[in-house]
Design a protein around this ligand. Structure first.
Ligand code: URA
Length: 195
């Protein structure tokens, strides 16, 4: 399956595969560097994202921007998107059928960007992409490798806004991400002895 970005965006904008599209202002496909080695995946658009058509631009998004800059990067150098592309009413968690209906778009985004590392922000992203019974509190912070892509599940920035004490764990997880990117870069540029 090889699609173009234009084809993918056309499909997302035309999509009516679940009921979420009935009450939105804008679809929120995601944005960033289409060649990024690092991708962040959240849950679904909130009110600000729905109004602007852009992922992670509200309060949680501003915190995500700070997290990315603490990693020595910018939002423009990573790719940011969500499990579902339409805002669930009252910001409820997307149900598994809605997540499943939207998943082919995310898979196409991953296939086009080809990131080396994917940070899963929160339980919905981890449950949808790793395991239905994934427990973010117990299982975050550990690498899961699938077909050469490294997944790091961590707390969602909105959870950090509710509970500051989670920030330390997330920062530790992001340090693992920085180290993994460096290691993969070294391998790409001269074999494992440089890692
Ligand atoms: N929360 C998310 O999961 N995604 C966004 O884009 C904004 C808030």
């Amino acid at each position: 399956m090889r699609v173009s970005w234009q084809g993918l965006y056309d499909e997302i904008y035309a999509c009516e595969k679940c009921g979420l599209c009935r009450n939105i202002h804008n679809k929120v496909p995601g944005q960033g560097d289409v060649n990024a080695s690092l991708m962040f995946i959240g849950e679904g658009p909130g009110a600000d994202e729905d109004l602007q058509g852009l992922a992670f631009v509200g309060a949680a998004g501003q915190l995500l921007t700070k997290m990315i800059s603490a990693m020595g990067m910018t939002r423009e150098k990573v790719y940011i998107c969500n499990i579902v592309k339409c805002r669930p009413p009252q910001n409820r968690v997307p149900d598994p059928a809605e997540a499943a209906a939207c998943l082919p778009y995310l898979r196409q985004q991953v296939a086009l960007v080809r990131p080396r590392v994917i940070v899963l922000l929160g339980s919905t992203a981890a449950k949808t992409l790793l395991r239905e019974d994934f427990r973010i509190t117990r299982e975050r912070g550990k690498w899961i490798e699938k077909k050469g892509v490294w997944f790091m599940p961590t707390y969602h920035p909105a959870a950090l806004l509710r509970d500051e004490s989670k920030k330390r764990d997330v920062w530790n997880d992001l340090k693992l991400v920085m180290a993994k990117l460096k290691e993969l870069e070294a391998i790409a540029h001269g074999g494992p002895e440089n890692a």
